[in-house]
Design a protein around this ligand. Structure first.
Ligand code: UFG
Length: 329
């Protein structure tokens, strides 16, 4: 049986990863400092070790305690706006955490890592859909910190034989209500959970950040991908590296774009609630359209996203309506 270390495994995407690995019969070791993660999201079967990736001695102990075969690293700060206000926090945590993780891997002879990267590495896209070979020019320190780590992975590959898949996520959403895990961020900044908080009566409206973009209805278009499809791709990437696949970056998106207004409309239909929306000024730094080409992940990893927008919103709704206070109740 293989043992996989999931860094950030108590967070939103990491907890879905741990649940999938456990279901598939892997031994799962979660490391998380619980700064934004929730211990309740680490379900039975996975072992939790609480500590910070930047603490090399802590990682050394974990790598000595368990026979780690591969690493999936989700641990990072991920708020775009906050990263602009405090770039040192983002470079400091995200880059240093990865340096420390790669050091432990090198010292303990662990070769394969699946890394959580982002569409924010592209910045303002040159064209749609976005391909992995397109220009990467992040427009915020969050995306820049992830791109810096992709560079670090490449050079660590050449120097130490580390093998990696950097997975560039588009808009992760949805939940796994069967395992009772879902999105629980504070503060919440993402569109779908905010819309569902309106449906729950926890907010009285959702602000639409700009309706004068050059899109069909004037609102921003994004590529929403179900978190369960997202984590399936990580497992495929791990297996791909295991059989000697070439390191590289892969987009993870559905390939379909939906506008902010379409998201709100779908949420009204799925929840049966009115959900009031008010147009507000644009949010700084939002590109008008971000849609992935997922051709490379389909062809090279054999990945097929299976869950569309209705399923994303209905799973998210099942989680939020069943856990209106997130993991606290
Ligand atoms: N939006 C609103 N109102 C809200 C919240 C969001 O209109 O209250 C809009 C945004 O302007 C954007 C869309 O809804 O057009 C989606 O916004 P999110 O904040 O949900 O997601 P982003 O597209 O901004 O961010 C995602 C990831 C980031 C990543 C980024 C890459 O969540 O981690 O894509 O561009 F960095």
């Amino acid at each position: 049986m293989k043992t996989i270390l999931v860094a950030g495994g108590a967070g939103y995407i990491g907890s879905h990863m741990s649940a999938l690995l456990t279901e598939k019969g892997y031994e799962v070791v979660v490391v998380d400092n619980l700064c934004t993660g929730h211990w309740q999201a680490v379900k039975g079967g996975a072992k939790l070790r609480v500590g910070d990736l930047r603490d090399g001695a802590f990682l050394d102990r974990v790598f000595s305690e368990f026979p780690i075969d591969g690493v999936i690293n989700f641990a990072a700060f991920s708020l775009v706006g906050e990263s602009v206000a405090d770039p040192l926090k983002y470079y400091g945590n995200n880059v240093s955490g990865s340096v420390s993780m790669l050091t432990a891997m090198k010292n303990h002879g662990v070769e394969n890592i699946v890394f959580s990267s982002t569409a924010a590495t592209y910045g303002e896209p040159e064209k749609q859909p976005i391909e992995e070979t397109d220009r990467t020019e992040p427009s915020n320190p969050y995306g820049a910190s992830k791109l810096a780590i992709e560079g670090l992975l490449k050079w660590s590959g050449r120097a130490y034989g580390i093998r990696y898949a950097a997975l560039r996520y588009f808009n992760a959403a949805g939940a796994n209500p069967e395992v009772e895990i879902g999105e629980d961020h504070y503060p919440e900044t993402h569109l779908i959970p905010i819309v569902l908080q309106c449906a729950l009566g926890k907010r009285d409206h959702v602000g639409i950040f700009g309706d004068d973009y050059p899109t069909a209805d004037g609102t921003c278009v994004r590529d929403y991908i179900h978190v369960r499809d997202l984590v399936s791709a990580h497992l495929l990437a791990l297996e791909y590296l295991d059989r000697g696949g070439e390191s590289g970056a892969f987009n993870l998106g559905s390939g379909d774009g939906y506008s902010v207004k379409e998201i709100i409309e779908t949420a009204r239909r799925v929840t049966g609630k009115p959900i009031s929306a008010v147009t507000e000024p644009r949010r700084a730094g939002d590109p008008s359209v971000l849609i992935a080409s997922n051709k490379k992940a389909r062809e090279v990893l054999g990945w097929t996203p299976e869950r569309g927008l209705e399923k994303i919103i209905s799973d998210a709704w099942a989680w939020h309506s069943g856990h209106p206070n997130g993991y606290e109740g």
